[in-house]
Design a protein around this ligand. Structure first.
Ligand code: CP3
Length: 343
């Protein structure tokens, strides 16, 4: 088995960092587009054990990445709690109704009962592991409570998520009740993913950066911490709180194994601040992959040498769907041929 990712997370020395890409399973791959074309919706694909396992493994076969990530979406939790969504082409997720008041929050499912409704993901995980035959570790994931709260209040994507932020000031106690419910489902959901066979979990807080320092600590990190503390002993975890630099000290204090960062801070700044307290994942701008091969190589090597050991190479956010496959391949191969200086 290629244990690079697990070794780095376990604090062991490796000859190079592992590499994988957020959103690696998806539209960058022609094989994905072919599978997707045969099905009527994204949700159908997520719930199809055979096909979801197939598209999870495609980037391992095609790109040679050092980890697979379960093909699913963060929105399966709101759906299991009672809010239905559809993915609308060129728009993104759209919910058929949103949370508006206390009654709506009362109606939302919670805990094990809601997590049980996502049983198709646990089946997919078992199927992936049968087919992966231990070639690379498998990453499970979820959305952080704050990011899911954003979609549940807003009903769709937004630049500002001002409806969700407004609700925090108008109804702080109700906001906390909803975040409590999401957290209870998430702990049960991730625990089931681990029992089903994922080796690592990543928590995506894509909209962390729309909250200021105090509000993010109160309405964001409180719940991420509770999730981490609720997971089985020894779980390897990565937290990606995109744009939450004003809470960097609090992120470093979280009981997680690794922190993932976007490209807004340099490797030097991050390593100086974090040291070896956490493994660091990131943080190449996904747009680098549209550059010429020599640009991709130079930008990637600059990050590799700046981080040194205790690093997982990744992008600073998900790979964009129209990224040239050759650019992605060149990035992965640059990392795979890199070697740390021996000490
Ligand atoms: O990383 C992977 O390869 C695993 C699969 C994965 C998907 N979504 C599949 C997907 C993961 C880890 C996610 C996470 C996710 N989903 C996040 C957090 C990461 C981030 O990007 O910030 C968020 C915010 C979502 C919500 C979501 N799902 C949006 C905003 C969209 C539309 C945008 C888009 O990329 O089309 C989705 C749809 C989605 N999720 C697709 C895929 C492959 C595209 C569906 C299609 O095939 O048309």
């Amino acid at each position: 088995m290629n244990r690079l990712l697990l070794d780095v997370l376990d604090g062991q020395q490796t000859e190079r960092p592992p590499v994988w890409l957020m959103r690696q399973a998806g539209r960058i791959l022609p094989q994905y587009r072919a599978v997707r074309a045969g099905l009527s919706s994204f949700k159908e694909l997520v719930k199809n054990t055979d096909k979801a396992a197939e598209v999870t493994i495609q980037p391992v076969d095609e790109l040679g990445v050092d980890a697979a990530i379960v093909f699913s979406d963060i929105l399966v939790i709101p759906e299991a709690m009672g809010l239905d969504y559809e993915l609308v082409k060129n728009t993104g997720p759209v919910f058929s109704r949103v949370i508006e008041n206390e009654k709506d929050i009362d109606q939302m499912g919670e805990g094990d009962a809601a997590a049980e409704k996502i049983d198709y993901v646990y089946d997919v995980i078992q199927e992936i592991n049968k087919r992966l035959e231990n070639r690379v570790p498998l990453i499970g994931f979820c959305g952080a409570p704050w990011t899911l709260f954003c979609y549940m209040l807003e009903g769709h994507g937004s630049k500002t998520f001002s409806k969700a932020r407004r609700f925090l000031y108008q109804h702080p106690e109700q906001s906390k009740r909803l975040l409590d419910k999401i957290t209870s489902v998430t702990i049960a959901y991730l625990t089931r993913q681990i029992q089903s066979g994922v080796d690592v979990v990543q928590i995506f807080d894509s909209w962390a950066g729309v909250l200021g320092h105090e509000k993010y600590n109160e309405f964001g990190l409180t719940y991420i911490r509770r999730i981490l503390e609720g997971l089985p002993e020894g779980t390897r975890s990565i937290v990606f709180s995109k744009g939450a630099y004003s809470s960097l000290d609090q992120l470093i204090d979280l009981p997680c194994t690794a922190l993932s960062f976007d490209w807004m801070r340099t490797a030097k700044e991050l390593t100086q601040k974090i040291g070896h307290k956490k493994v660091i994942q990131g943080n190449l701008d996904p747009c680098v992959l549209y550059g010429a091969p020599e640009v991709i190589e130079a930008e990637t090597k600059q990050i590799l040498s700046a981080f040194d050991r205790g690093h997982i190479m990744n992008l600073g956010h998900g790979v964009y769907p129209d990224t040239p496959l050759e650019g992605v391949r060149h990035f992965v191969n640059t990392v795979k041929s890199y070697r740390y200086d021996s000490i």
